[in-house]
Design a protein around this ligand. Sequence first.
Ligand code: EPU
Length: 339
Amino acid sequence: MEQPLIRKNISLLRYNTFGVVVTAEYFATIHTSDDLYALKETGATAEHALLIIGKGSNILFTEDFHGLVLHNRIEGIRMIEKTGDEVILETGSGVEWDSFVGYCVEHRYYGTENLSLIPGTAGAAAVQNIGAYGVEAADIILSVTGIDLHTGEKKSFTNKACRFGYRHSLFKTPALRSFFITSVRFRLSLQPRLNLSYPQLVRETEHVSHPDILDVREAVMRVRRSKLPDPEQTGNAGSFFKNPLVSKEKWETLLADYPDMPWHALPGDRFKIPAAWLIEQCGWKGKQTGPCATWHRQPLVIVNLGHATGKEILDFSRAIQKSVYERFAVFLEPEVLIL
Ligand code: EPU
């Protein structure tokens, strides 16, 4: 028997990588744009609070979700255009991000390889502007298309219109909460152009005389596997906080007190300080409180060691925030969506 479009009281355990036990009041799996139009016709998208999820790899649920969860399963990768130097690919927004990267690497389409093994979907990659090892999704996204679930209007946004920033985009703003991304277009290079600017990648590829795209993917995978917990085995949502950006004055004050502090200069006299360093300095690296801990190789990642509730994880994260604030007067902004 075919499943009804909307189901009630569904466990979200399989739909959040933190592995928190919560339920969704209403739940629908979306395979196509037609599913979205059908859903709108039921009136449910106007009636309920909406939450669009892909792999649930950047969410912390602190309570049951009172509303309608839309699980994105829109699949498909297709070629739109191929010119001498470039290829334009369109992915369904529910395509698993790393399988898209694998596809691109296999076909020698350059641009995604540094973003290997990031959990999540292609749609979430755009929302979140995922980034790693010197590359962010914004560098390769051409446009984003979706449907407004309140009006039924289909809309496309150019890269510029997406207003990408550090782990930020237009799609994170309240005005776009009812916008369901259906597909993302990527502009990738056919010319071998590798980004090995990140010191860890340089080290990992040193033994290869002419690293190619596959060497880069494998190097990124090795680095990630050595530093980050596998969400299949240990509940987590990647970096829990963003790396804070501070003013020049603040950076000078911090450096005067902590000359060994790592930092990275950004345009506009802003300085990025690694949150992992701030957290480690406060003694939180590998520290456990009940079922919550920071990862022993990367304290920016909070892990669920057993049956932690979302509230326990939230309290743990707040304790870290408080220590960092008390010591450095720097506020760590969560990177995960806390609901
Ligand atoms: N550091 C420490 N102690 C540690 C680990 C790191 O002091 O235990 C310091 C070091 O100075 C290190 C610096 O933090 O040089 C940066 O560490 P790392 O290269 O591991 O990266 P990150 O800034 O902590 C960011 C992203 C990651 C991404 C990596 C690699 C954010 C919030 N996180 O982490 O993204 O994989 O760079 O490019 O920007 C994610 O968003 O979920 C994520 C994992």
